[in-house]
Design a protein around this ligand. Sequence first.
Ligand code: AKG
Ligand code: FE2
Length: 329
Amino acid sequence: MSVTTVVRDRSTEGVFVLEPEEMAQVEAAARALCARLPGVDDPRWVAEARSAWEELPAALRRRAATYRRHSGTSGALLVRGLPVDEENLPLTPTVPGSVQREASVPAAVLMMTACGLGDPAAFRAEKSGALVQDVVPVPGQETFQGNAGSVALMMHNENAFHAHRPDYVMLLCLRADHDGAAGLRTAGIREALPLLPEATVETLSAPEFATQPPPSFGACGGTVPAHPILSGDPEDPDVRVDFAATTGTTERAVEALHVLEKAFDDVSYTVRLSAGDLAVVDNRVTLHGRTAFTPRYDGHDRWLQRTFVLTDLRRSRDHRPDDGYVLSR
Ligand SMILES: O=C(O)CCC(=O)C(=O)O
Ligand SMILES: [Fe+2]
């Protein structure tokens, strides 16, 4: 496992650092967006964010466009130096399901970037369908395999069970954890594939795996048919797995899952996000998870905000009432 260091060289794969004047430009655009309309989930705000993205620094937009075309061997992009004023943030929320419905600079950054990469999207059953969601530790949920927990969070594709799982997961850091222990982990199939024996690849490509929806989806999660973990071009496959929710339905599938988990561990990166860092994960080829940390529930715990992106909103039209951004099932 390697730990990424802060690199200022923009050519470094997977990292893009804004210059101070670019940060100021993003902040001005975000503030202007907040002044226009107060509500994050209003489709008109998303429309404003879409046009505001076009005003952001050209180097950032170019990097996003390049990443969108091909997310690189790691499948993750870390954008550093975004405008997050840590000093003047409210206290870190501590309640379950907390979301950001009021316009704010971080929410504007997420929404503009979502529009640069595709369109924002959310699931009605998860965090009440808010487009910008808080990722914070919640008292009593320490051992929960979800983002409210604080024990190690197993590697997963986001909403692996879902036909319209996000294409990108964006996590913007507002506040790091007290001890600097919490690490966002990412691991991509492009780097793990060469480590897998041929027979394992063959098994992972067969529909011998079942992935459970999280309890929050209730009956809306439905029954998910058995699926392969690897699909598409054998040279550059998509991956669909959640090590906390996917099981093998045959003996060889159970074994292949173990081999795959080990391969992902071997190629994983860990990054300790600080305020103003935005991690973008290509959910089609790269998994994410988190190392353990110790929350204090004192209002200064780790706080990320999260937005999902779909690159082709049209494909989920029958899941989105009124052609909105929220999938009802
Ligand atoms: O806390 C983290 O760094 C990641 C949490 C996570 O998996 C998520 O919010 O989707
Ligand atoms: Fe996640």
